[in-house]
Design a protein around this ligand. Structure first.
Ligand SMILES: *[C@@H]1O[C@H](CO)[C@@H](O)[C@H](O)[C@H]1NC(C)=O
Ligand SMILES: *[C@@H]1O[C@H](CO)[C@@H](O)[C@H](O)[C@H]1NC(C)=O
Length: 951
């Protein structure tokens, strides 16, 4: 006690004798920022941020001029006291998706601010009007958050603004003008896509004084017509108006915009004729799904020499397809589905060597001129008279032919390494923890995603960029190119560290900022982009980065103040306190079951394999005092909290509430069971807490939420057919392990889509063995027990006989397989999924005639190779009689066969980045829910809308 009083006394004197080199206001500002956040860098200690080089800040003359904390796993809110950092020029907190709450209006006091980047965080509320006070701003990137409300008109005051990105939020109301965006005469980028903007686009928005390059407004609710004034913005290069409710005729002066390369007008209500666009330097044109007046294909299309892509689905085109269009020298894709094109198709022999897809599905084409050496790559004429009458065995009459070959950076002539759990092999075959995320390209000029030379060029320019900044980057890998539902091109990026197996915070923050701040410029053809990082939880060098308990600056200051004695006393006090803490900690570590009370009926010390015992205080600290901000789910048993261990590992803590505390014996059995089970497709137990009357289970954190959220679109992940196959295989392998390799075997008893979690690479992990039953004592393979499980997944045989076998899990798994292809709940509007599929199914038809009930997001326009076999397998799993259902090992084999049929290597994943479908989520910005529960849960954050457009 006496020691402590002394220490407090001493602390009172600190401001008096320590001469800080960081300005007091800035120091206080940073303290407030730190106080409202969890996971600020470990070296944010001491009283001289500038002098002791706090990670993420830069100073000039003792003033903090830049605060960059990208991908730090920050959670909490941004303090309003940020305003104290009055010399701040750069504020970049991108890629901290648990950084939530509003952007404080006090931000408007940072008069020196030039760059404001908050990409992919969890901010919500409206964008404060005060943002208009920041006269120096050149860059605002607030994209991929949960901002709502209108775009503040005050943004129009920002006369230096070059870059305005507010995309992928919930912003509503009209685009403000006078005052508003029309005042931004230095702006080159308006990226406002995927919000809820509505109303008409004012003619005043555009003027000849503007120097706008990119006008990106897709995915809103804008109405009215495109104003003629757009023709005066001669600098425009990219225009995206697609996916709005725009109507009227297209302005005829559009063709004045001779610099426009990419023009997206699809999914609106445009009427009238298609204007003559001769003279524009168009490469990519999409006008699909509009209500144009029926017309022949305009002949001027064939004069657009740079055209790579023409997409005119459902645009009332009729008459013949002019064969001249195929000889456009750069043409890659011609998609003219759902029109009334007729006559005879003549692709000729002088077609573009780059032509990769001609899709004429559902037109009225009767004949095809077959010239020798004619085009024979991807031609689709399904649903044309030619396929009804003549020999329909022609390949162009087959259902789905367009299939982009998977891509992933190939290894650099080395043997691919087998890496341990979460490490990944770099292209140089070193196992490491890469910094990963998604590059999103909003308007690439190409459409042939199968031409790998684009990715190779991108890969080398990325590597070049990182090397120019002398970053410790070993290599860069790209994989999994897809056009997402908003027609952006998404590419997964992995950046591998050199020297160490992971990056430190500084490295990550700099790499992130090169991408968030657009320092990296992609090669030509990729167009405007943004990057969304996945959370990075593998920081190296914590010991070197962290904890200088007293900085040199403090000591010098103290010496100058002539208070050596006081300082020594202070040091002694701190030392004594630390020693005491250390001793306490050491004794806990020596005896991890110090809190285990064998007298309360819980038996002996648990037999654990690799699971740690945590004290209540420890977990409280790691989970930010179990604050609401850290709560990620809840159920009948209590709540689940996200936390982070001192070594940077993210964890999920399942904390039982008082009513659901188990008896000591049950709790012990559960953790013994969980700790024995180790498989990459099972969520693993990190540890537990049985202390101060609490029961908590600490699991590895699985960042992408549940399979059900993935299927419902809630988590913003796009699950195409290939990814679903991978998920099915992973979950099956996890379950097969429980049944066939765990000793004794384990029956899960509650397999369902909310108990299958997806990790950052969308590997499936089976969760929640809370109801599991050991098979050890069971006599002949079944256990009689009280029936438990979830309606819709429950094996009817088990329900009736109460005899539990592994085949009950197989039944539930079959239901999950049906969910995977239909994205329906097992019981939806009173209809049982098994019956729905049985009823709709016709084995004599393509895809078993299930088109109607398949989930459109599965990618119906792509190849669904193996889907029929998948359905067969699911139906065998849900056979009435358990004896007729396959064992899980067999299910695994069959899914592997289906994957091979679909051209995939089911065992590719440990060869990592060369695993073409080692896929990742493409929307890392979405906040995720994370139930380890048997029941529903609520996530309190904001879900950006994930729009899934009909194809
Ligand atoms: C389209 O415009 C170009 C240039 O303005 C003109 O030469 C051409 O004749 C026009 N074509 C049609 C079909 O109107
Ligand atoms: C692939 O792209 C490169 C670079 O744009 C181009 O030179 C090449 O012709 C393309 N190949 C094909 C087959 O389209």
């Amino acid at each position: 006690m006496g020691q402590r009083t002394q220490l407090i006394l001493l602390l009172l004197f600190i401001p008096y004798f320590v001469r800080e080199s960081t300005a007091v206001g800035d120091y206080n500002g940073l303290l407030s920022v730190r106080g409202d956040l969890m996971n600020t860098p470990p070296n944010w200690e001491g009283s001289d941020p500038c002098g002791s080089n706090w990670i993420g800040i830069s100073c000039t003359n003792s003033r903090v001029t830049s605060l960059q904390l990208l991908s730090m796993n920050l959670s909490g809110r941004l303090s309003r006291e940020i305003e104290l950092l009055s010399e701040l020029q750069t504020l970049d907190l991108s890629y901290n998706k648990y950084l939530t709450g509003p952007l404080p209006p006090s931000i408007g006091s940072l008069k020196k601010l030039v760059i404001l980047n908050l990409i992919g965080c969890g901010f919500s509320g409206s964008i404060p009007d005060t943002i208009g006070n920041l006269q120096q701003l050149t860059t605002i990137s607030l994209n991929n958050n949960g901002f709502s409300g209108p775009i503040p008109a005050s943004i129009g005051n920002l006369s230096n603004l070059n870059w305005l990105d507010l995309a992928v939020n919930q912003l509503n109301g009209p685009i403000p003008v006078s005052p508003g965006l029309d005042n931004l005469l230095h702006a080159k980028h308006f990226h406002l896509d995927n919000n809820k903007l509505s109303g008409e686009i004012s003619p005043q928005l555009f003027s000849s004084n503007m120097i706008l390059l990119h006008l990106i407004l897709n995915g809103n609710n804008l109405s009215g017509s495109i104003p003629e004034t757009i023709g005066s913005v001669q600098t425009l290069e990219v225009i995206r108006f697609d996916r709005n409710s725009l109507s009227g005729t297209l302005p005829s002066n559009l063709s004045n915009l001779v610099n426009v390369h990419e023009l997206y007008l699809s999914n609106n209500k445009f009427i009238g004729s298609i204007p003559n666009l001769t003279g524009m330097s168009l490469t990519y044109v999409d006008m699909s799904n509009n209500s144009f007046t029926a017309s022949d294909m305009p002949p001027w299309f064939s004069t657009l020499k740079s055209l790579t892509t023409l997409v005119m689905e459902n645009t009332q085109l009729q008459g013949p397809v002019p064969s001249s269009i195929f000889s456009l020298p750069n043409l890659q894709t011609l998609t003219l589905r759902n029109n009334n094109l007729s006559g005879s198709l003549d692709i000729g022999t002088s077609y573009s060597s780059k032509l990769q897809l001609v899709d004429l599905q559902n037109n009225s084409i009767r004949h095809k001129v077959d010239s020798a050496g004619g085009y024979n790559k991807n031609l689709i004429l399904v649903d044309n008279p030619i396929c009804n009458t003549s020999d329909t065995t022609e390949s162009y009459c087959a259902v789905s032919q367009s299939n982009t070959p998977p891509y992933s950076t190939p290894p650099n002539s080395c043997l691919t390494a087998q890496c341990s759990s979460n490490q990944i092999s770099s292209p140089n075959c070193k196992c490491a923890y890469p910094y990963s995320g998604t590059l999103v390209f909003r308007a690439p000029s190409f459409s042939n995603l199968g031409n790998f030379s684009y990715y190779i060029a991108l890969q080398s320019s990325l590597l070049q960029c990182f090397q120019n900044f002398s970053l410790p980057v070993d290599s860069v890998s790209l994989s999994n190119p897809i056009k997402d539902s908003t027609m952006n091109l998404d590419l997964s990026l992995d950046v591998f560290p050199s020297g160490q197996d992971s990056f430190n915070r500084t490295g990550i923050s700099i790499i992130g900022s090169l991408l968030s701040g657009q320092t990296f410029k992609p090669p030509p053809g990729f167009g405007p982009y943004y990057f969304l990082a996945d959370p990075y939880g593998y920081y190296a060098g914590i010991s070197t980065e962290s904890k200088k308990s007293l900085s040199i600056g403090v000591i010098i200051g103290a010496v100058a103040g002539g208070t050596i004695l006081l300082l020594l006393l202070l040091l002694a006090g701190v030392y004594a306190l630390r020693q005491k803490r250390r001793a306490e900690r050491a004794s806990e570590q020596l005896n991890p079951f110090a809190h285990w009370d064998p007298n309360n009926g819980s038996g002996g010390i648990p037999q654990l394999k690799g699971a740690r015992s945590f004290s209540f205080e420890e977990l409280k600290k790691y989970a930010n005092k179990f604050s609401e901000a850290n709560s990620i789910g809840s159920g009948g048993y209590g709540k689940v909290y996200r936390g982070i261990l001192p070594d940077g590992q993210l964890i999920a803590i399942k904390r039982a509430q008082t009513e659901s505390l188990q008896g000591g014996v049950e709790f012990k059995t559960e953790i013994e069971l969980l700790s024995r089970v180790h498989h990459k497709n099972l969520v693993s137990l990190v540890g537990f807490c049985f202390d101060q009357g609490e029961q908590m289970l600490v699991y590895e954190y699985v960042p992408n939420g549940t399979l059900m959220d993935g299927l419902s679109g809630k988590s913003g992940i796009r699950l195409d057919w290939i990814r679903r196959l991978k998920v099915a295989l992973g979950a099956a392998r996890g379950l097969a392990y429980l049944h066939e390799l765990a000793n004794p075997p384990i029956i899960h008893r509650d397999i369902k889509s909310t108990n299958i979690l997806l990790d950052e690479r969308l590997n499936a992990k089976v969760a929640d063995f809370g109801l599991s039953k050991l098979m050890g004592d069971a006599e002949i393979g079944h256990v009689t027990t009280q029936v438990k499980g979830t309606m819709g997944y429950l094996d009817p045989e088990y329900y009736m006989t109460q005899q539990l076998t592994e085949k009950s899990d197989v039944y539930s798994f079959g239901v999950v397989l049906l969910e995977l292809i239909t994205a329906r709940m097992p019981i939806q509007r009173g209809k049982y999924i098994v019956r729905v599929v049985q009823t709709a199914m016709d084995r004599t038809k393509v895809l078993y005639n299930l088109h109607e009930i398949l989930d459109p997001a599965i990618g119906l326009q792509t190849s669904l190779k193996g889907l029929e076999k998948f359905v067969d397998l699911a139906m065998r799993c849900v056979e009435e009689s358990g004896a007729k259902r396959p064992a899980m090992g067999m299910v695994v084999k069959e899914i592997e066969n289906i994957m091979e049929l679909a051209g995939l290597n089911p065992n590719a994943e440990s060869a990592t980045t060369s695993d073409s479908y080692d896929v990742k989520k493409e929307n890392a910005h979405h906040p995720y829910s994370h139930p380890y529960s048997n029941e529903g849960f609520e996530y309190s954050g904001v879900y950006p809308t994930s729009k899934i457009e009909p194809h």
